[in-house]
Design a protein around this ligand. Structure first.
Ligand SMILES: N[C@@H](CCC(=O)N[C@@H](CS)C(=O)NCC(=O)O)C(=O)O
Length: 216
């Protein structure tokens, strides 16, 4: 039995993705447990009754059950890219993503479940956030300036989803700087590294070591 921290994750979940990216970039090894959301393992529910992913269980029993807190934990272990950034601006950007953009994104993605308005309407609401990113990225390389921060990592998986709802529209959408930023992330070792596929975890399965240094 390894004493590595245990990460409950779901490959396509944007919250889990941002957490895995920070863990990956930090070079910290964790034991990854891929979760099927409709059949959550009892071990996850016991550790974290709210049972969202990602959840990180440290070897001393501490449970970290919010993706942003997992990012912070990872960057405390090691932050080779200097992503840690406690500035109010970075926090505000992440908050605008999680508390505003994400809601419109879900409605845009699943517009058929929200027939009160059209998909285009929902997309236009979500575009307020994308336009803000465009403004920033048209004058600087990363969202917070010339250096990437936890905001870039935290926001990226949601922008990826937004672009993926209607890829044809996205190709010509008036957000060239966001497109470049997104494409850079998609091509990055950090993103491809964290998107490896794992079978759903079973209690008797051997540990799956998730770490940048494991040679992937
Ligand atoms: N605020 C949480 C949100 C995590 C979250 O909502 N994850 C989704 C998957 S993307 C989830 O686990 N949903 C529970 C479910 O589908 O049962 C975080 O940042 O970690």
């Amino acid at each position: 039995m390894s004493s590595l921290p245990i990460l409950y994750s779901f490959r396509r979940c944007p919250y889990a993705m941002r957490a895995r990216m920070a863990i990956w970039a930090s070079g910290t090894a964790v034991s990854l447990r891929e979760v099927v959301l409709r059949n959550k393992p009892a071990a996850l529910i016991n550790a974290s009754p709210k049972a969202t992913v990602p959840v990180l269980v440290l070897s001393n029993g501490t449970v970290i059950e919010e993706s942003l807190a997992i990012i912070d934990w990872a960057l405390e272990q090691n932050d080779p890219n200097s992503w840690a950034d406690a500035s109010p601006e970075t926090a505000a950007l992440i908050n605008a993503c999680d508390e505003g953009f994400k809601g419109w994104l879900d409605k845009y993605k699943y517009a058929d479940r929200h027939p009160e308005q059209s998909a285009v309407y929902y997309r236009e609401q979500a575009e307020g956030f994308i336009a803000d990113l465009e403004q920033r990225l048209s004058v600087q390389r990363w969202l917070g300036g010339e250096q990437g921060t936890r905001a870039d990592v935290a926001v990226f998986p949601f922008v990826r989803q937004f672009a993926g709802v209607d890829p044809t529209w996205w190709l010509d959408a008036p957000y060239p700087a966001v497109r470049t930023w997104l494409n850079d992330w998609l091509a990055s070792d950090t993103f491809t590294g964290v998107m490896a596929k794992y079978s759903p975890w079973q209690p008797d399965a051997p540990d799956v070591i998730f770490a940048k240094s494991s040679g992937r």
